[in-house]
Design a binder for this molecule. Sequence first.
Ligand code: GRF
Length: 210
Amino acid sequence: MIKKRIIVLASGSGSNFQALIDYAKNNEVSYEICGLIVNIPNVYAIERAKIANIPSKTINHKNYENRADFEIALHDAFIEMGAQIVVCAGFMRILGADFVNKWDGKMINIHPSLLPKYKGLHTHQRAIEAGDKYGGCTVHFVNSGVDEGAIIGQAQVPIFESDNEQDLAKRVLEKEHKLFPICLEMVASNQAKLEKGKCLIDGVEKIISL
Ligand code: GRF
């Protein structure tokens, strides 16, 4: 089978990036990770790429006068690396509509909350402060809204009275590492598709639930 060429965007540790690498090692998958792009120099995700023999590139947003120039550099790198699907794995930059629309249905993101609850940052603290009984994570197609694209999959975890933000983040991250590769595989194998703003799995509007 011809594997889809994946480019991963990260801004930090890259544990989700690592989960995608490991899943591909241990399973028959329809994707191959052809490159990593980070926007912050020397983050640990680069080390993970080196160990896995995946080419990496640092495109530091601080080196560009404006977001449009930064996104042109990103897009050029995607083309150069032959990207067919772009995977945001802890990528902490907001991408503009023009840029995102070029990758409509071919860009996915993982977010550490049960969207549509808690878009944006500090998701775990907000869930704890709201007294929620459950937290979780969501994989979705990226659109021009922030954390608003069609949902592909979700995984839920309990929130305990004694939890602090770190406790919940750790519990959710473990689920992220399981959910993300499965959702990526569904997109790479064309089982999950974006159609008219909805995620269709095998032609039916539904999401993957772990
Ligand atoms: C994850 O919790 C992800 O949901 C969020 O940022 C974190 C990235 O972690 N967007 P890592 O860099 O993949 O370890």
